[in-house]
Design a protein. Structure first.
Length: 386
């Protein structure tokens, strides 16, 4: 007896879920490494001082991703999506801030040399402490004019011998108002600079996603072709001078990432199914050839061939779209059904491969003679999805 049937396969829900979480963890880990490299480079080049608030938000976000990567990869993935635009924009923003701040610092240093003699008193030392509390150089620069006003007023108070405590209280109040105004101006200035550097930052982010997609493309070329096309479409919009709204960019990246994750999980489930077929055949007494992947415009399937010493043949074909075909050949009597039943049971109960929608393509109840058609005859077969 011989039998050839086609099925639809799927991995047991729990196993597919584990494959999915493994993919999420692996991909998020790769992006985390990129984020950490950007932050480390900014710190190494002393650029983080020019964007301290943004750098700290990015650092905290990266720490959250690292802390949840093993235990809650989906939360880590969502956090990654939440900070990636911020992180990809930091280098450009920091360089712009550095250039402007350093120019203002040079101007300020020149003025400070002229006024250094004025800050030797206790009043001047107290004011200097307040100025040094402004860690963000952008805020410090926007506060400079107000600080000079306070310095001028302080000089008059010093000449009038005003009490130290009263002067400190007055200086603190004035400084607080100057600081609040400077912080508002700095936020507005950074917002403008973020807008100016948005296209560069978005291109850098999409380049990261394209690089990762290209690494995985060999696992599922058809699906990753669509992923890369989506990324390239967004890059073309930016090249044409049209930066994408942050929420639109995030939605596009999330959609492309979901496609990539699904493609990788499909291939990993296929590999598990192929492994299950090989192991089931070996347990049933077959010698199994090295599996072959056949990939062309119509097919992307893995073929597994097994042979028993007595001459019985078995062939499995597993494609990326859920198609699972087998053919058992060169059997006598009920032995064919016995092997098929045992192998299908192992696939289900041991390896979690669920088969459904059987279509019997060909069946011969008689003994197969040497003249009967052999396996791998070149006959084109229709599998699920083809």
């Amino acid at each position: 007896m011989s039998n050839e049937s086609h099925w639809i396969y799927r991995m047991e829900a729990g196993r597919r879920r584990r494959e999915y979480l493994g993919r999420i963890q692996e991909n998020t880990s790769r992006f985390l490494a990129k984020y950490q490299a950007i932050l480390e480079r900014l710190a190494r080049e002393n650029l983080e001082q020019y964007v301290p608030e943004e750098f700290e938000r990015a650092r905290i976000g990266a720490e959250f991703i690292a802390a949840n990567l093993e235990t809650n990869p989906e939360a880590a993935r969502d956090a990654s999506m939440g900070i990636q635009q911020l992180i990809s924009g930091l280098p450009a923003l920091a360089r712009v801030a550095q250039a402007e701040v350093e120019e203002k610092e040079r101007e300020r240093a020149c003025r400070e040399m002229q006024e250094r003699e004025k800050v030797r008193s206790e009043f001047g030392a107290f004011l200097n402490e307040l100025v040094l509390s402004l860690k963000d150089p952008a805020i410090r620069d926007f506060a400079l004019e107000g600080i000079r006003r306070i310095q001028a007023e302080w000089a008059d108070r010093a000449r009038n011998h005003e009490s130290l405590e009263a002067a400190k209280e007055a200086i603190s109040g004035d400084f607080g108002r100057v600081k609040a105004e400077a912080e508002a101006k700095a936020r507005e200035w950074k917002s403008r600079k973020e807008e100016e550097t948005r296209a560069e930052a978005q291109k850098a982010l999409l380049d990261m996603h394209r690089e990762e997609a290209e690494k995985d493309a060999g696992q599922n070329p058809e699906a990753f072709g669509r992923v890369l096309a989506e990324i390239e479409s967004m890059r073309e919009r930016i090249r044409d001078g049209a930066p994408i709204a942050p929420e639109t960019l995030r939605a596009g990246i999330e959609a492309a990432s979901a496609m990539a994750d699904e493609a990788v999980v499909d291939e990993r489930c296929r590999r598990e199914t192929v492994r299950a077929a090989i192991e089931s055949l070996r347990i049933s007494g077959f010698e199994v050839d090295t599996p072959r992947r056949i990939k062309d415009e119509k097919h992307d399937e893995v073929v597994v061939l097994g042979r028993k010493p007595a001459g019985q043949h078995a062939e499995f074909k597993v494609d990326l779209k859920g198609g699972f075909a087998y053919r058992f050949d060169r059997y006598e009597g009920a032995k064919c059904k016995k092997d098929i039943g045992a192998i299908l049971l192992m696939l289900d109960e041991i390896y979690g491969v669920k088969l459904s929608d059987e279509r019997v393509i060909w069946q011969n109840p008689d003994r197969i003679s040497i003249s009967e058609r052999p396996l791998d005859s070149g006959k084109e077969e229709k599998t699920h999805g083809n």
